[in-house]
Structure formats: C-alpha cells, structure tokens
Design a protein around this ligand. Structure first.
Ligand SMILES: Nc1ncnc2c1ncn2[C@@H]1O[C@H](COP(=O)(O)OP(=O)(O)OP(=O)(O)O)[C@@H](O)[C@H]1O
Ligand SMILES: [Mg+2]
Length: 298
C-alpha cells in the first residue's frame, strides 16, 4: 500500500518588488510505502518544507498532485497525519500537559485523555517538565512537545519536518528509539533532515532533494552496500611501501587507503618489502559521500 504519492509537483512563489515568479519545486516525484521510514534529505533551501506543506494540504502545488492513502491531499487527509512542523509554535502561557490535552481534544480523541497525555509525555521524556509553562522550555523541550503532539492521536502516518533540530546527542538517540518503536508498531514515517548520519541510522528509504528536484532515491541498504569506494589495507613490519602513502600510522602498523585497482599491487609491494598484511577491508560509500557525489555532478 502506498501511504503517500507525490506526483510531479511544481511550485513557485512570487517574490521581490516586481513579484517575479521563482520556481522552487520542479516536478518533485516520490512515493512512501506503507510501513516504511523514509528520509527526505537535502541542503537548506532544497525544497523539503515546501514539499511537506503540500503533502499536508497546507499549500497547493502549481501543478502535479499529492495522494495520501490514495486520496488527494486536503484538510481532511491532514487529520489522519501526525505532523511536526518545521518551527512548531505553541501558546506560551500553557504547560506542556495542557497543550497535549488540547490537541487530544482537537483530534476528538475518545477514552482516557489524561492517561494518553501521560503516556506520550513519558515517550518523549518530558514527564518532569510537563507542568511548566511552554515559554520556559528550551528549544529541545519544545521539539519534544512538538513530537508528542504529533503522536498523541496515534496516527498511522507521521510527517516530521526536521524532527531532530535542536536536540542534543542524547535527545537524538532517544528520538531514533522513538522512531524505531513507532516503526515496529507498523507506522509510516516521512521525515526531513539535512543530517545525514541521523538519516543513515534510521531510514529504510531515502529521497534526496536538491534545488527543487529529486536527484536520487531508493532503499538505503542498496545505496550503502552497492559500491565499494576503497580498500583499507593494514600492514606491519615495514617502515614504508614505495609508491604508496600511508593514511595513518599507529604503533608499528601502517594504514593505507587504496582504490580497488591497486589492491593487488600494494599486497605485492608489502611482501616484497618484507612486511606483513594484517587486513584488507573493503569500505562502502557513506550516505554523505553518495550525497556529495550526486550534488557535485550537477
Ligand atoms: N513563502 C515563500 N515565498 C518565497 N519563497 C519561498 C517561500 N517558501 C519557501 N521559499 C523558497 O523556496 C525554496 C525552498 O524552501 P524550503 O523551505 O522548502 O527549503 P528546505 O529544504 O525546507 O530548507 P531548510 O533545510 O533550510 O529548512 C527556498 O529557496 C526558499 O527561499
Ligand atoms: Mg525546511
């Protein structure tokens, strides 16, 4: 089942004194499969937030369309999505608990609302701060309440715009755990980020967006295991290998990074120099390397 289908969306804004049209999305197209965790990845200004607003039915594309569970994105499809906007704004003179309670009412939740509020406060690690005014919250605490608000009505689909911004390393790890918990419950999650390591750690699929275009997409595992970028060769018992410059020395070991075509010749050179090979390890590209390479070719 397809949770989200983004079909060739174009979007432009009128800008400046002359209100000239500037096109910021040029036919963005991708899908989010039900049950998948998908990372929408791209640098500042790439068009992530604009795409997300269109998915949420907050903004209209100039052309193309977005389907959410097969229905055109609108106010009514929005109600079934847990949404964390880029800069969540909450009324300052409410507590975290009051905010979550009012969202639960807004979603017309049935059952024990106060218990559910406690539950999500626990999930996002905000139980101890729940009764403080939101205006006293740090950026990371606001982000956590934003996430709590997105999951309070237990939606099957979550759309999160930069969910990890403002979180410290512990917060990021907790967030990753929350995401994998939601994934285990069968939820579908689309989130944007420009932090490649975070995406690399939790996504099933990646959509890379750059200057308003999808430049690469696919299953993360395939992307990462696909290509060997170089080999790491660890050598002992020699001071140097003619023709090769070591990357690092540690104790009596030398570490070389060589491309595939030179592995045989370094092995031969080490043996000829009287040294010993300790390891030859193929290294695959990281998501960051893949991303930078895709962008550089443009
Ligand atoms: N309301 C608007 N009016 C004019 N231009 C806009 C508007 N909203 C977005 N843009 C432009 O559209 C482009 C994409 O912006 P968008 O916010 O979608 O990027 P983003 O990928 O979310 O970036 P970031 O990582 O910084 O959040 C940018 O060039 C931005 O200036
Ligand atoms: Mg953005």
């Amino acid at each position: 089942m397809k949770a989200i289908e983004v079909k060739g969306i174009f979007k432009s804004f009128r800008e400046g004194f002359l209100l000239e049209r500037k096109e910021v999305l040029h036919g963005v197209e991708f899908e989010v499969r039900g049950g998948a965790v998908v990372g929408l990845l791209g640098p500042n200004g790439a068009g992530k937030t604009t795409t997300i607003k269109i998915i949420m039915g907050i903004s209209e594309p100039d052309s193309g369309e977005v389907l959410v569970s097969g229905k055109r994105a609108s106010r009514s499809t929005r109600e079934n999505i847990g949404f964390l906007p880029e800069a969540p704004y909450f009324y300052d003179y409410l507590t975290g608990r009051e905010i979550l309670t009012s969202f639960a009412r807004f979603y017309r939740m049935k059952g024990d609302i106060s218990r559910r509020v406690d539950e999500v406060l626990e999930i996002v690690g905000m139980r101890d701060e729940a009764d403080r005014w939101v205006r006293s919250y740090s950026k990371g605490m606001l982000q956590r309440i934003g996430l709590a608000q997105a999951i309070i009505h237990d939606p099957d689909l979550l759309v999160l715009d930069e969910p990890m911004s403002g979180l410290d390393p512990i917060g990021r790890r907790e967030f990753r755990e929350i995401i994998s918990g939601l994934k285990k419950k069968g939820k579908t999650i689309l989130f944007s980020s420009h932090i490649l390591q975070d995406v690399e750690m939790i996504c099933d699929e990646v959509v890379m967006i750059y200057e308003g275009r999808v430049i690469k997409q696919g299953v993360l595992e395939d992307m990462l295991s696909g290509e060997i970028s170089h080999y790491e060769v660890t050598v002992e018992g020699v001071e140097e290998i003619p023709g090769f410059t070591p990357e690092r020395r540690s104790g009596k070991r030398l570490l070389f990074m060589v491309e595939e075509g030179r592995v045989d010749s370094i092995v031969k050179a080490v043996i000829e120099a009287g040294g010993k090979i300790r390891a030859v390890i193929p290294r695959t590209l990281t998501l960051e390397e893949i991303f930078i390479r895709e962008v550089k070719d443009r």
